[in-house]
Design a protein around this ligand. Sequence first.
Ligand code: SAH
Length: 488
Amino acid sequence: MEYNKNDEITLKIEDIGVDGEGIGKIDGYTFFVKDAVIGDMVQAKVMKAKKNYAYARLLQVLEPSDKRVEPVCPYHRQCGGCQIQSLDYQAQLAFKEAKVKNHFIRIGGFDKALIDKLMEPVVGMEHPWHYRNKAQFPVGKNKEGKLITGFYAGRTHDIIANTDCALGVTENKEILETILQVMNDTHVTSYDEETGKGLVRHILIRKGFTSGEIMVCFVINGTKLPHEEVFVESLKKIPGMTSIYTNSNMQKTNVILGKESRVLWGEPVIHDVIHRRSLEEINSGKDSMAKDREGITFAISPLSFYQVNPVQTEKLYSLALEYAGLTGTETVWDLYCGIGTISLFMAQRAKKVYGVEIVPEAIEDAKRNAKNNGITNASFFVGKAEEVLPDFYKNASDTDMLHPDVICVDPPRKGCDEACLQTMVQMQPKKIVYVSCDSATLARDARYLCEHGYELVKIRPVDQFGHTTHVETVCLLSKLHEAKHHVM
Ligand code: SAH
């Protein structure tokens, strides 16, 4: 049977694709249907047909799946930020676990039975809403010329008015509405991407979950926000508000923030603490505050990189720490260390930690964070992991540094460079803890490590981004005792 554009079809959705889309078949021909949920019987319209498969648009759910739930956000289909909001949360977690497993089997080439044995249950959230501590809202006008703020409709730059994103903090709504009101009253304009004219481009809001401190930053196409005292006067009344900034971005670009920030009112930074959580707490499925109140305090400015889901970050890093099995005598390398989040967490339990990160400002933050927390056993280096590590390996003479007990990596989506993996293997750490935001490249790199003297010990997905298809994974590899590997 051949299918063509605009054909209407009725089919049962039997699987979920990696991007959260529903997958169904008619006589062996495959359809990908965005917004359809596994188990649904749907009516869909073919948008693009190929020889063996087609993309179709959901027209109607004829019989809903028992895994389909009423989405909390009325805009979720238009927005595209939450690809799987209509899927029951437990089913979302099962989907993520299966995705990680599949990557290890298909890309990593590992045996299914082994992966089934090593996979630990996915760590979900008890309340997977309002978990993001940072949001950036574009400001513009609707068709009637009214000022609005919200989000870009999937893959476009059309703004859909919504001040109440279900993943962001509840304070966002009041803050955004206050700003729109003052902009209207004072005739401060919104930026127009087409013409490059107008002033306010984005509103960045960040909150320190443990401190309750809130930062608002106006990203403006200029150097000064007119009537800034009126904005400050209205915003500072909002409970938790501690910091108000402008950031200048006068470039015609999709990059949201510019380089220069200026404090309009309040403190230059907000604070957050990442606490350790015991395995027991993590496994309890409860999101209540960590019992171990010892933690690392981070100072966050508008440009700082900081994990967006603090509750899950505590679980993720606590697991990484657990996997590292530190006792206080170990030397650790933390590659792709960002602002030193994992490094400082580990430094509290290790003899010495070395962090490597490509962004110089992040390393400045890492050093400052170490100092503010009284941590003296962590050193940080700016550079590419795949250059810094081989350099040290060739030139350093400190044996602890050359042969650390643990190497931890947390690379961006593309994973580790082979030169980095090669040096890691040469350094022969007893343990490698791999934190990953893309299980496909994690599986690829795990395969390399397992071909070079390491074995997979544990894998655990952590749901940092509920209602989206993204999943974080933490994985432990350990050095094989037998000398059956060949060091390259
Ligand atoms: N572990 C940190 C950051 C993880 S994000 C945290 O959890 O906060 C990945 C980091 O890798 C980013 O900070 C990015 O700037 C950095 N990075 C990207 N490519 C790199 C490379 N080749 N070498 C070192 N760091 C790199």
